[in-house]
Design a protein around this ligand. Structure first.
Ligand SMILES: Cc1cc2nc3c(=O)[nH]c(=O)nc-3n(C[C@H](O)[C@H](O)[C@H](O)COP(=O)(O)OP(=O)(O)OC[C@H]3O[C@@H](n4cnc5c(N)ncnc54)[C@H](O)[C@@H]3O)c2cc1C
Length: 380
């Protein structure tokens, strides 16, 4: 009953990526978790093997593949028990801004490096006083003699330390309407006035570097404006569909992984001389979760197919982002309840999953924001 039709080329790509994961990611996942960082070299290897930015067009150094290749990478990544090599954020959320809205010279300058892994990207919207409400950002940009001067700070920025290129959302202090005051700019690492703060110590996603970024009279060329001035809001809105869809694919696969792992564990764990999986209460729990996961998969796969046909599914992707991230968290909690004392052991894979999954309802628009969008569409 699967909706997506994978060709032989897709399947061969999945096999190739699985082999890469086995060789280059799984053996290092534990070290990255301990280091709270993924070395840049790992990103480069992803790029060299052709696993970054699968959809970037050949004229900009990419392979120009369809969105199913992105789906394959996310699905396989969901099973790696690491969150630092968060390639879908780079390949499918941030880089598309450059490909869609960048000038020709920006695309020629940056996209080949994004594909090869020489350029790791980050996006800076969130600030200490502005998260869901982007209109209230206070980082400002002022034009001065052919340059743009940026002052302010950003927080909770994924790839904050590793990033070579940042897309930053800033406000023009002279424009009152906040929705017309926001612009996006490209800021290269090592630009004077751009300082990276310390890594944030998070409860989960330890291998992912998440940092504060500071801008003090940071001077960039006016040519670094991404798209048009004052339409930052509109550009961000245009890319929300893919952002939320990719998060849904990740959350769905995480939920499935958590369930699969727990089923195997319960089949192989004896309680009172019988496998834990033979208990009716455990079986019913698995039956409920398997049903929900299956229904979610059908919904998400349908959305992937619609997205590939360029349909407007912003409301539906908001539904999927909220439901799948909520489901993954519920599954992790419920599965930990089922397995007993091993649930308190750091070695238990679900412990890390529970901690890592906690962020999924928060980023890419919180689930409360998703529900607000859905409710608005219902014209209540
Ligand atoms: C690990 C991690 C990585 C991140 N990576 C990035 C990144 O790379 N780049 C980036 O820019 N940001 C990033 N973020 C920030 C993330 O996008 C924000 O945390 C998110 O947008 C929510 O903002 P906030 O935390 O300031 O919460 P707030 O917006 O202050 O919200 C606080 C609470 O109020 C609720 N709320 C807010 N507004 C409404 C409303 N209108 N209706 C109902 N409820 C509402 C929220 O749901 C939430 O529960 C990251 C965050 C984390 C934790």
């Amino acid at each position: 009953m699967n909706i997506l039709k994978y060709s032989e080329k897709h399947s061969a790509f999945r096999e190739k990526f699985r082999a890469f994961v086995k060789k280059e990611i799984l053996p290092n996942a534990e070290k990255w978790e301990q280091d709270h960082m993924v070395p840049k070299q790992a990103w480069k290897k992803m790029g060299q093997e052709g696993f970054l930015c699968p959809c970037v067009q050949p004229e900009y150094g990419g392979p120009g593949l369809d969105f199913l290749y992105t789906v394959i990478i996310i699905e396989e990544m969901a099973r790696t028990r690491q969150t630092g090599l968060i390639s879908y954020l780079h390949s499918d959320i941030i880089v598309p801004y450059i490909e869609s809205f960048g000038s020709e010279w920006q695309k020629k300058k940056y996209l080949p490096g994004c594909v090869s892994g020489d350029i790791i990207t980050a996006v800076g919207m969130t600030e200490p006083g502005a998260g869901s409400d982007l209109a209230s950002i206070s980082t400002i940009a002022v034009e001065e003699e052919g340059h743009v001067i940026i002052n302010g700070s950003k927080t909770f920025i994924s790839n904050g330390i590793n990033c070579d290129l940042l897309i930053i959302a800033v406000k023009d202090p002279l424009i009152e309407n906040p929705h017309k005051a926001i612009s996006l700019y490209l800021v290269e690492d090592k630009t004077p006035g751009f300082k990276k703060g310390g890594k944030l110590e998070k409860m989960g996603m330890h291998s992912q570097d998440t940092a504060e970024l500071f801008f003090t009279n940071c001077r960039i060329p006016v040519e670094n404006l991404l798209g048009e001035k004052g339409v930052g809001f509109v550009m961000l809105m245009k890319k929300l569909q893919q952002e939320r869809l990719t998060c849904s694919i990740m959350a769905l696969n995480k939920a499935e992984y958590v369930l699969e792992w727990t089923i195997e564990y319960c089949k192989n764990t004896q309680v009172s001389g019988r496998p834990l999986s033979s208990s009716q209460s455990v079986q019913f729990a698995f039956a409920e979760m398997a049903t929900e996961a299956r229904m979610s998969r059908l919904f998400v796969e349908n959305l992937i197919a619609d997205h590939m046909e360029k349909k407007d599914i912003v409301i539906e992707t908001s539904m999927a982002k909220y439901q799948t991230s909520d489901m993954a968290n519920r599954f992790a909690n419920r599965c930990l309840d089922i397995i007993g004392s091993y649930a308190m052991d750091e070695q238990c894979p679900l412990v890390r999953e529970l901690r890592d999954l906690k962020v999924m309802p928060i980023f890419a628009g919180t689930n409360e924001i998703m529900k607000g969008i859905i409710a608005k569409s219902m014209k209540l």
